[in-house]
Design a protein around this ligand. Structure first.
Ligand SMILES: [Zn+2]
Ligand SMILES: [Zn+2]
Length: 604
């Protein structure tokens, strides 16, 4: 991914402000990256600069250095930054001809800046701007805050390796990440969120709770689901199937291998060859493991001729696909090389599109609410540079998406030009318990595959018409969704998803038999219950169940056995006093039906 922002020297960039008249945080953060680069060049004149954009919650700068930066270096850079901010240096814009700029940056040994300017020249740019503060100047189009003193609170967070322009054949630079906020209180709140996120890291919880693993001798990016997480997945899949059946979907299964011929027809080989795994020879024919489920669903649809009366048809598959990801971006369950999509393709008439998409939005709302996520919708429209299809096609396809959003009363933002080159789409961004954004469901109206495969139906007029195809995934990939869910819940799965819902703890040997009876009674009612009958003290049993984040403990002693009662205790809660097994069952049934999540722990 090229991370250099679009550069247009003639563009005047409005210095936008927020509701309180302050510069936008993105402007503050980008300006802080200049200040950091100023400090780096003062302390390490041998350093050379790549690019330094603002990112979500912060900024980074890519820097070439003869030796690795250390934590002490970061502290020194932070201290130097404080001086620059205190000096309240103005940011001054200056225009250069590209030839002047190349000479100027060349003299400083800033070869990456020279490369950027040379690339700009190739696309006809003749003038570039720089911004100066103090003795430092940087190739940049802005915007920045007016003076360095406007930068509120900041902190440098980490160092990572990053290839120049994201290409592994390019030199490796060191990327210093930082964050910047309007004031110290906002910075502290953010650092607290980071700490909380660290505790909830799904890789850490995955090890602690024995949920999943990845093995070097099997391959990077290939996830093994252990029994507990296997149960969570089973429950999610059952829920997913039920919700789809209620809405008229039909389930299909498609093979994991397919001849290259189908991917030539679909265009995947031409457009996505770099994310597909190498071909394997089967009887002289090249085959591939499947990177996408769409061609398979189209083949099923095309096995018979369809009339308008058959439409819509909604095919759904928990389809496992394999895609190449660079080893550097693999991350636990969130970025992997093999994953199962909750994929669906809807085959309908153009007139049915808005209804179908409205139905999908309802399903998205139901499912995301059940998992406790809030969300934001984006309507991504036709890309400016590269796209297939006619104006007319983009218009009706985009309009169908928009109409569905309006009908459902979903507030949405327009992501101008953010569509796929073959489809306008709705992207849903999820927000988790920590307020972090996650990539969520997508709905696309395909303007490409119906033509490539010649997918048609016979209309009421007796003529052949092109079918409209909607691709949609709600959970996205089960790996990524469940990885996110581990962080969202902090490993405390809500009762309806908890692999072990109730653990019965016997206080002493004589209550063991009653504990077993209670466990079996719960199991007969469909609860996932176990009994801890060990000789350990009750305190130790409680602590173990707490570590394993079991939602409910039922403590039983000899007297409880006589009275036929149990003493419930919630994860992180206190003993609640006794109740009958029937009373307990009624309570958990209600909670499971409501899919209610326990409140997240208070911040601080
Ligand atoms: Zn800048
Ligand atoms: Zn698809």
């Amino acid at each position: 991914m090229l991370e250099i922002p679009d550069y247009d020297p003639n563009e005047t960039i409005a210095e936008e402000v927020d509701a309180q008249g302050r510069p936008l945080l993105s402007t503050v953060r980008h300006s802080t990256s200049h200040v950091m680069a100023t400090a780096v060049k003062r302390l390490f004149p041998e350093a050379h600069l790549g690019v330094g954009p603002a990112i979500e919650d912060g900024f980074y700068y890519d820097i070439e250095m003869p030796r690795p930066f250390t934590p002490d270096d970061l502290a020194a850079i932070e201290a130097e930054m404080a001086k620059i901010i205190k000096a309240d240096e103005p940011f001054v814009k200056k225009m250069w001809s590209t030839a002047e700029a190349i000479e100027h940056f060349g003299k400083q040994g800033e070869r990456f800046k020279v490369e950027i300017i040379q690339d700009l020249e190739k696309v006809g740019v003749t003038e570039v701007s720089s911004f100066e503060n103090g003795e430092f100047f940087d190739l940049c189009r802005g915007p920045h805050v007016k003076r360095t003193g406007q930068i509120g609170a900041y902190k440098l967070l980490s160092i990572a390796g990053a290839y120049w322009r994201g290409k592994e054949s390019n030199p490796q630079l060191q990327r210093i990440y930082g964050t910047a906020w309007h004031n110290k209180a906002d910075l502290d709140a953010y650092l607290h969120r980071l700490e909380e996120a660290e505790k909830r890291d799904h890789r850490k919880l995955g090890r602690m709770l024995d949920l999943f693993s990845v093995h070097d001798d099997v391959g990077a990016g290939l996830v093994f689901w252990h029994p507990k997480l296997g149960m969570v997945r089973h429950l999610i899949e059952s829920y997913w199937r039920d919700e789809h059946l209620k809405r008229g979907y039909e389930f299909v299964y498609t093979p994991h291998l397919a001849s290259e011929r189908i991917y030539t027809t679909s265009g995947h080989l031409q457009n996505y060859a770099d994310m597909m795994y190498a071909p394997m020879d089967i009887d002289g024919d090249p085959y591939r493991v499947k990177p996408m489920n769409c061609p398979g669903h189209i083949k099923i649809f095309q096995s018979t001729q369809h009339s308008y009366r058959d439409l819509p048809q909604r095919f759904a598959e928990l389809g496992t696909v394999y895609r190449y990801e660079r080893s550097g971006v693999l991350h636990g369950m969130l970025r992997v090389r093999g994953f199962t999509q909750d994929d669906s393709h809807i085959f309908c008439t153009r007139e049915q599109l808005a209804d179908e998409i409205t139905g999908i939005l309802e399903l998205i709302h139901t499912m995301m609410s059940d998992f406790g996520y809030t969300y934001e919708a984006f309507l991504a429209t036709r890309p400016k540079d590269k796209s297939l299809g006619t104006d007319d096609e983009w218009a009706w396809a985009t309009e169908a998406l928009r109409e569905a959003l309006v009908r459902r009363g979903v507030d949405y933002k327009v992501d101008e030009g953010g569509g796929a080159f073959y489809a306008p789409k709705i992207d849903i961004k999820l927000y988790d318990a920590l307020g972090r954004g996650w990539q969520g469901p997508t709905v696309q109206v395909d303007l490409n595959l119906p033509k490539r495969f010649g997918v048609t139906y016979i209309g009421a007029d007796g003529k052949e018409h092109e079918v409209a195809i909607v691709h949609r995934a709600i959970l996205g990939s089960l790996e990524r969704f469940v990885g996110g869910l581990i962080e969202h819940t902090g490993g405390e799965f809500p009762l309806w998803l908890a692999p072990e819902q109730v653990r019965v703890l016997s206080i002493s040997e004589p209550s063991a038999e009653y504990a077993t009876q209670v466990r079996d009674a719960l199991r007969r009612e469909g609860l996932r219950a176990t009994a801890d009958l060990s000789a350990d003290k009750i305190g130790a049993k409680v602590r173990l169940a707490e570590t394993e984040k079991i939602p409910f403990m039922l403590v039983v002693g000899e007297r409880d056995a006589t009275a036929r009662v149990v003493s419930p205790r919630r994860h992180k809660g206190k003993p609640e006093g006794t109740c009958t097994v029937e009373e307990f069952l009624a309570r958990v049934r209600a909670e499971i039906a409501a899919k209610k999540r326990p409140e997240p722990p208070p911040a601080g």
